[in-house]
Design a protein around this ligand. Structure first.
Ligand SMILES: *[C@@H]1O[C@H](CO)[C@@H](O)[C@H](O)[C@H]1NC(C)=O
Ligand SMILES: *[C@@H]1O[C@H](CO)[C@@H](O)[C@H](O)[C@H]1NC(C)=O
Ligand SMILES: *[C@@H]1O[C@H](CO)[C@@H](O)[C@H](O)[C@H]1NC(C)=O
Ligand SMILES: *[C@@H]1O[C@H](CO)[C@@H](O)[C@H](O)[C@H]1NC(C)=O
Ligand SMILES: *[C@@H]1O[C@H](CO)[C@@H](O)[C@H](O)[C@H]1NC(C)=O
Length: 666
């Protein structure tokens, strides 16, 4: 009997080793049933009672095309990771107040919002999940993940215990957790932990002391919604101390190059618990007109080795950075900027110099991460083979065929025309069933004015964020040429900015001021959150000394339905902006990933098959836009470009992202 058992065990062991069939993560951790989740009740992590180390990589589902989720996860698992981490973007899941979308809900970003499919796919690819639902996520994302319609509230105290704010948080979390809760690990799903808020200690500003009571309220909301897995807060304790912590919630840390310093600080407050670098930054994000940031592979090797050696667990931020599609990028405001003067928009690419490129390709960092995990991991689970690269293509250059003039955009396609005595912020427009305008452009039109010779337009306050001015459909504000132009008219930095409209008198003129929302603040000064409106709203607009009143206001949100049905296109005879331009991309085979090379264009927005792909700016640092195969189709693809200044005859393609150094670096 004993012999027989030994024999069987030996045979099993040999089979196990010889066939290379180590168990999967889920087999290893759950094949005997699930009785507990991720635990920090001892100086190391356990999962379902077995020793565990979190080897995680960040991938934000809203920054990666749904058609590529599985490919990216396979590459992460093949690197030896056992977990992926993602934020949840409230502003996408509730784009209008009380309107929710968790996939195919009919809103503009619906395809990215299949969060259950994401959690399920992770499980199929043998990965656990850490979910960070905020409600505030920073993430260099538009408004740090807050829906812009919250700005319509008379009183609202973002990231505090203020009742109105908490009411909306609670309402959204009830919807969110109703969707994701069945995917918790101890209920048989993939989610092993949740993070509460995000770097809340960092919210300290002048006399504002982060409110522990607020974190306590959030904690209670998680519990009330049947969240049963491990809860975590994360800050960099050497900077923010323990201001962002809450009793009973595990504290993790974010870090760049100083793991021991952060870990030792945490151990003082939280002895006899394991350590987790919730964000280990292997790269960094970029601002328009700033430099493209990179981090040496050697540095990543060294810091990650020190994290593992300590020993600690990690989440690599970002494992794949991805893309800030269309209107989704965030922005920084300088700490003391109370009026948009120090606004800095984040680029469309969120490549982040991460482990996988924006387009999912391997980098040297991938080899380093994979080697280190192999070296340090003691959990005997099967690591699948590294997947092949996905093919890329640079499609042949296409010709721009059609143009839709600015006058025709408005006269033939205005989605709404709102009459208003004064200029108004986009968020306060009475559209979208009481949710206002969150994204895109807002046009302030004044008709039937007689302009004396040399009339000067003056916009009180700051522009939020850029503006071009047209008189009778002709661009009169200066064409952008260099980084220093951003100090002039048409950008956020000037207060009470002026523009000479005409030299000779013009009677019965139409003036259009087209204002772009170029990204809402994703962090910083707490007192700015409830003031960060977009458009013109800080004062009045004047012609010489006369205040303009009785405006027509036209929101341009570039909704798919609208862009796909534009009327009034004509053959392109001019490259003059501000206008829309159209080119057709014919594809006969299976579409593949590509990049749009925008170096010959000036500034604007590219829309592909109705989807706002991204903003571009010839100043750099980003010169190309990642265009994933899943956004394309066999046959004709519609490339529509909203160019502020000067278009080009062609659209060309590239095989990879092209970065340049802007002429004057900020
Ligand atoms: C789990 O890890 C701890 C700390 O490294 C170690 O002391 C313990 O023996 C491990 N338990 C098992 C079952 O391997
Ligand atoms: C705006 O937010 C600040 C900081 O939380 C708060 O003190 C202030 O009362 C808020 N204002 C309004 C009008 O809600
Ligand atoms: C508009 O909002 C009201 C009240 O919030 C709601 O009852 C109605 O269904 C909404 N309509 C649409 C079209 O979303
Ligand atoms: C801008 O105009 C406002 C109101 O007219 C005035 O209070 C403010 O001082 C002006 N700012 C500058 C920099 O001129
Ligand atoms: C003024 O311009 C508008 C178009 O904006 C036109 O419809 C109207 O006839 C013009 N009026 C005069 C007096 O020229």
């Amino acid at each position: 009997m004993a012999l027989a058992v030994t024999l069987i065990l030996t045979v099993c062991f040999l089979l196990f080793v010889n066939s290379g069939s180590l168990p999967t993560n889920y087999e290893y951790f759950t094949s005997d049933g699930i009785s507990s989740g991720l635990s920090v009740d001892q100086p190391y992590f356990t999962l379902n009672g077995k020793n565990f180390s979190v080897y995680s990589g960040a991938m934000h589902y809203f920054r990666v095309p749904r058609g590529h989720w599985r490919d990216r996860m396979k590459k992460m698992r093949a690197a030896g990771l056992n977990t992926i981490e993602t934020y949840v973007a409230w502003n996408l899941h509730e784009p209008y107040s009380g309107v929710y979308d968790f996939g195919d809900g009919g809103t503009e970003m619906e395809d990215f919002l299949h969060i259950e499919e994401l959690l399920q796919t992770a499980q199929e690819e043998d990965l656990f999940v850490i979910l960070r639902p905020g409600p505030y996520i920073c993430a260099e994302y538009n408004y740090g993940g807050f829906p812009a319609w919250l700005l319509r509230e008379k009183t609202i105290g973002f990231r505090t215990n203020e009742a109105n704010y908490l009411k909306y948080v609670k309402r959204f979390f009830e919807k969110l957790f109703a969707v994701v809760n069945k995917h918790q690990f101890t209920k048989g799903g993939s989610v092993i932990a949740f993070q509460i808020e995000n770097e809340y200690g960092f919210a300290a500003y002048k006399d504002f002391v982060p409110e522990r009571a607020y974190l306590q309220s959030l904690y209670q909301i998680f519990l009330d919604n049947d969240v049963v897995e491990l809860l975590i807060t994360s800050d960099s304790p050497s900077v923010e101390g323990d201001e962002g912590t809450v009793d009973g919630v595990f504290q993790a840390t974010n870090l760049g190059t100083d793991p021991e310093e952060q870990f030792n600080k945490i151990l003082k407050r939280q002895p006899n618990k394991p350590l987790l670098a919730m964000e280990y930054w292997v790269g960094w994000f970029d601002f328009w007109t700033g430099v493209h940031h990179t981090t040496e592979t050697g540095t990543v090797l060294e810091v990650l080795r020190r994290i593992l050696e300590f020993p600690a667990s990690f989440n690599i931020y970002m494992f794949i950075g991805g893309t800030n599609w269309g209107f989704t990028n965030g922005a920084s405001l300088g700490a003391d900027s109370f009026n948009n003067s120090e606004f800095m928009p984040v680029t469309t690419s969120y490549d982040y110099d991460s482990v996988l490129t924006e387009a999912g390709d391997y980098t040297d960092k991938y080899t380093v991460v994979k080697k280190l995990i192999e070296q340090y991991s003691t959990i005997p689970t099967n690591t699948p083979a590294v997947p092949n690269l996905q093919p890329k293509i640079a499609y042949p250059t296409i010709t721009v065929q059609k143009r839709l003039s600015f006058s025709d955009i408005i006269d033939k396609n205005a989605p709404y025309v709102i009459n208003s005595p004064n200029v108004v912020a986009m968020e306060l427009l009475d559209i979208n069933n009481g949710s206002g305008q969150s994204v895109g452009y807002i046009v302030y039109r004044k008709e039937n004015v007689d302009l004396a010779a040399e009339t000067v337009l003056m916009i009180e306050g700051h522009i939020c964020d850029t503006a071009v001015v047209l008189v009778n459909g002709v661009l009169v504000s200066p064409v952008l040429k260099s980084v220093s132009d951003i100090d002039g008219f048409g950008y956020w930095r000037l207060e009470n900015s002026t523009l000479l409209l005409n030299s000779n008198p013009i009677s019965n003129a139409t003036i259009d001021i087209v204002v772009e929302e170029w990204g809402r603040m994703n962090g910083g000064n707490i007192y700015q959150y409830n003031k960060t409106f977009k458009g013109l709203w800080q004062g009045d607009v004047y012609l010489n000394e006369d205040k303009i009143s009785d405006w027509k206001i036209i929101p341009l949100e570039f909704k798919k339905e609208w862009t796909n049905n534009l009327q009034g296109w004509s053959d392109k005879t001019s490259n003059d902006g501000t206008a829309l331009f159209y080119a057709a991309l014919e594809i006969s085979d299976e579409p593949q990933d590509t990049f749009l090379d925008m170096r010959k264009w000036t500034k604007g927005l590219v829309i592909v098959n109705g989807f706002p792909l991204g903003k571009y700016l010839m100043l750099g640092p980003q010169q190309t836009l990642y265009l994933p195969g899943p956004f394309l189709r066999k046959g004709t693809n519609d490339i529509v470009i909203f160019e502020h200044f000067k278009a080009n005859d062609e659209v060309s393609f590239a095989l990879k992202q092209i970065w340049t150094v802007p002429d004057t670096v900020q």
